[in-house]
Design a protein. Structure first.
Length: 251
């Protein structure tokens, strides 16, 4: 009888141990299964995000090619492809309204001004809140010796201070800075353009702005007006293409 009771006790102990082992195994399996499930969900989400990004890039690339084809065929004008933007600059930039149909509501450029004229544009920028800001100054700045001090040229600092006023209003705006396009002939202004452009390029690299290098824009004297400073209509089309492509390459 005693042996039977002892045997039952041992069986009971083994039974309880077996149940505990099964419970622990079940918990571990459930935890492992949940972890796999969570990893699977995370993977699916990452793939979904990847697919959406790839699809967005494909659609953007397709739109880019469609726009290029329509521009080449004349179905579209460059005034149709710039979006949510303002132009800031001098008379050279102002020519986009005359020759490329850029609306004056978007083209805030003025004749005879330099970069300090941005102060006049701040109320309009506040009102319009553009996503893209294109700038082209330089000839009048050089003529006025803007940024020139006893210890050298500091045009980059001056330029940066005025663009910062724009960014204080629209901090998320994309900033596109055109290099100063050369003028015909020799003289003090022509000689200083490379130095000013070097400072603009370095500034853009430091601030993460888009520098539009126009050094190869002019390939023939016939692309200038008679004054050797301003441009004929066909030059504006090439310049507009450079600015448009700069925006596309940024995406």
């Amino acid at each position: 009888m005693v042996k039977i009771i002892q045997g039952l006790k041992r069986f009971k102990v083994f039974f309880i141990i077996g149940i505990l082992i099964l419970l622990i195994a079940s918990i571990l399996f459930s935890f492992h299964s949940s972890a796999q499930k969570m990893n699977g969900i995370a993977y699916l989400k990452s793939q979904k995000a990847k697919d959406i990004t790839e699809l967005s890039n494909q659609l953007e690339e397709r739109r880019f090619h469609e726009v290029q084809e329509k521009l080449d065929s004349g179905e579209l004008k460059y005034s149709d492809v710039f979006t949510d933007y303002v132009f800031l600059g001098d008379s050279r930039m102002r020519g986009f309204s005359s020759y490329c149909g850029i609306p004056l509501d978007n083209n805030l450029a003025k004749i005879g001004v330099n970069v300090t004229s941005i102060d006049q544009d701040l109320p309009t920028i506040q009102e319009r809140h553009p996503k893209n800001v294109y700038l082209s100054f330089g000839i009048n700045d050089i003529e006025s010796n803007l940024g020139l001090a006893d210890d050298g040229l500091h045009y980059d600092q001056l330029f940066e201070s005025y663009v910062q006023k724009v960014l204080d209003i629209v901090p998320d705006a994309n900033i596109y800075v055109n290099s100063i396009i050369p003028i015909q002939g020799d003289g003090p202004i022509a000689e200083k353009i490379p130095e000013y452009n070097d400072q603009l390029r370095a500034l853009c690299e430091r601030r993460g702005w888009i520098y539009i290098d126009n050094s190869d824009l002019i390939s023939d004297p016939s692309m200038y007006e008679n004054d050797g400073i301003h441009f004929v209509p066909s030059t504006y089309e090439l310049w507009a293409e450079k600015m448009y492509l700069a925006g596309q390459n940024q995406k």
